[in-house]
Design a protein. Structure first.
Ligand code: URA
Length: 238
C-alpha cells in the first residue's frame, strides 16, 4: 500500500511535469470517483486507483508491461533514421514515462515486441543469461531443407562473433519457411545465421517470447495491449 499526492501520481503516469500536472488539477481536469479534485497535495492510495483526466478514464500503474504487434517499417531505436519509431504507436504518456522496447527488432521484422518502463524487467528479458527463448518464423529465398535445419542447430560462424551461434530449436514449417528459436538477441541474428547457412531471409516475424504467443493476444498489426500477471508469468524462463 502506498499513498502519493495527486500531482506526483499524474507525473508518474506520464501526464507531464509536476507543475503542469498541478495546473491540470487546479483547473478541475482530474476526478477521482466522479468528483473533481482541485488540491494537488491530496494524498491517495495508488493500489487499484482509477481516475479520470480530461474526462477519460485512467488506471494507475506503477509500471507498464506492453505487448505490441509490430508492423514493418517501424524502428525500435530512440533516435530513428528512416522510419517512425514504435513509440509513436503508443499513447504519448508512455514516452514521457520512459517506456522502451525490450530488445530490438529490425525495421522490417514484424511480430511480438515487449515494451516497458521497468528497468530490471527489461534487463531480465533481454539478457542471454536468463535464457528467455524467442521464436521467429523466417521466410527464405531458397527452399528450406533438413540440412539447413541441422546447420542452424549445430551452430554457424558469424563474422565478428568469437564462437558459432546455434538455434535452440529449429524446424521446417513450409517449403520456404522455418521456425527458429533463439536465446540470444545479436544484431540481425536470424538473418545472419541464415546467410551463413547459404540461404537468405526475405521476411521475419517474431511469434512468441517464452510461452507468450502473439496469436493468442488477438492483436492486429500495430495494436498493443497491457500484459497482466498471468501473461507476464508466461515470459519467465522455463
Ligand atoms: N534476428 C534478425 O535478424 N532480426 C530481428 O529483427 C530479430 C532477430
Amino acid at each position: 500500500m502506498s499513498k502519493l499526492t495527486l500531482d506526483r501520481i499524474l507525473q508518474s503516469q506520464g501526464f507531464g511535469t509536476r507543475k503542469w500536472c498541478s495546473e491540470l488539477i487546479a483547473d478541475g481536469e482530474v476526478s477521482v470517483a466522479g468528483k473533481a479534485i482541485r488540491d494537488n497535495r491530496f494524498a491517495i492510495e495508488t493500489d487499484g486507483l482509477e481516475f479520470s483526466i480530461y474526462g477519460e478514464p485512467w488506471a494507475y500503474r506503477e509500471h507498464v508491461y506492453i505487448a505490441l504487434n509490430k508492423a514493418a517499417n517501424f524502428e525500435c531505436s530512440r533516435k530513428t533514421s528512416h522510419h517512425p519509431g514504435v513509440l509513436t504507436l503508443l499513447p504519448e504518456q508512455f514516452t514521457r514515462r520512459d517506456v522502451q522496447p525490450v530488445g530490438r527488432l529490425d525495421h522490417d521484422t514484424t511480430g511480438l515486441l515487449l515494451m516497458s518502463d521497468d528497468g530490471p524487467f527489461i534487463h531480465k528479458q533481454s539478457s542471454p543469461k536468463y535464457h528467455v527463448p524467442k521464436v521467429y518464423v523466417a521466410t527464405t529465398h531458397e527452399p528450406v531443407t533438413p540440412q539447413l535445419v541441422t546447420r542452424l542447430l549445430d551452430g554457424v560462424k558469424l563474422h565478428d562473433e568469437p564462437a558459432p551461434l546455434a538455434a535452440v530449436s529449429c524446424r521446417m514449417v513450409g517449403t520456404y519457411q522455418l521456425e527458429i528459436v533463439l536465446e540470444q538477441g545479436k544484431y540481425h541474428q536470424v538473418k545472419r545465421m541464415l546467410a551463413a547457412a547459404d540461404n537468405h531471409c526475405i521476411a521475419l516475424r517474431r511469434s512468441q517470447i517464452g510461452q507468450l504467443k502473439l496469436d493468442e493476444l488477438g492483436l492486429d498489426e500495430s495494436e498493443w495491449c497491457y500484459l497482466d500477471a498471468a501473461q507476464l508469468a508466461l515470459l519467465a524462463p522455463a
